[in-house]
Design a protein around this ligand. Structure first.
Ligand SMILES: [Zn+2]
Length: 103
């Protein structure tokens, strides 16, 4: 089952999973409104990337479950790690915007 989850997580071919994550990263490379300073822009992009990566992992897990893969553990570990990264990025973004007022 673990091998099946690994295959599903990678989209059935080497690097497909990471390619999806890379696409989600490029989605976030869009400028925020001019009211954001460079650091606010960078933190906003980091939060967007983290959120997109979490969504991507969950989407791949959903596809794996729909194809019959019932081994949740590998995905749950990835989701847990992605949630931690997203929450860290969210806190950094919120703290910056509150302190700097670039909003
Ligand atoms: Zn700022």
């Amino acid at each position: 089952m673990a091998a099946r989850a690994e295959s599903s997580r990678e989209g059935g071919s080497d690097g497909a999973f990471h390619a999806q994550l890379s696409r989600s990263r490029s989605f976030c490379i869009q400028p925020l409104p001019d009211a954001f300073c460079d650091e606010g822009q960078r933190l906003g992009e980091a939060l967007c990337v983290a959120m997109q990566q979490l969504i991507t992992i969950q989407a791949v897990q959903f596809a794996a479950v729909m194809s019959g893969d019932m081994d949740f553990t590998p995905f749950d570990l990835l989701i847990h790690k992605a949630e931690k990264i997203k929450n860290h990025a969210k806190r950094a973004y919120i703290v910056h915007v509150k302190r700097h007022g670039c909003f």
